[in-house]
Write a protein that binds this ligand. Structure first.
Ligand SMILES: [Fe+2]
Length: 150
């Protein structure tokens, strides 16, 4: 299967088969790799209200994510003509989206209840660059690598 959103939907629909039940960690966001295949991997992430990622890319992997329960907000960062723009989108339960290899975003739980989401990356993530928004646009904060930082 190469439709990453369809894979995320399948894992969400078969939550009773997850090897690990989702947990919530107020200190560090909880995540767990549900599956790995030749051309993709599947992660489960949880979000307490207020928990968020930093702005990040996916090291060239494309993928999809789906809100399994709760509500999440995605802030998509794009740069065109030297201008940086942020587009926010709310994703409710059952809603997902695909993204390409150049997608830069942050995800936050702005809701009042915990959220669980399923994320598919293809190929499997090897690195993620984290950014911040500075006066001149995106600034690299760190580059994290599979096997070292997660
Ligand atoms: Fe992401």
């Amino acid at each position: 299967m190469s439709d990453h959103l369809a894979i995320a939907q399948w894992y969400s629909a078969t939550a009773h088969d997850w090897a690990v039940a989702p947990r919530f960690n107020p200190v560090d966001r909880w995540y767990h790799r549900l599956a790995v295949a030749d051309d993709h991997e599947v992660w489960l992430l949880t979000w307490l209200p207020g928990q968020a990622t930093e702005i990040h890319d996916h090291g060239g992997s494309s993928g999809a994510f789906l809100v399994h329960s709760g509500d999440l907000t995605e802030d998509t960062v794009s740069t065109a003509g030297g201008r940086t723009r942020i587009a926010s989108r709310e994703l409710g339960e059952g809603v997902g989206r695909r993204f390409g290899g150049h997608h830069i975003h942050r995800i936050v739980n702005n809701g009042i209840r915990p959220a669980v989401s399923v994320h598919v990356y293809g190929p499997a993530l090897t690195s993620m660059t984290k950014y911040r928004l500075g006066p001149d646009g995106l600034e690299v904060l760190t580059v994290e690598r599979a096997g070292a930082e997660w």
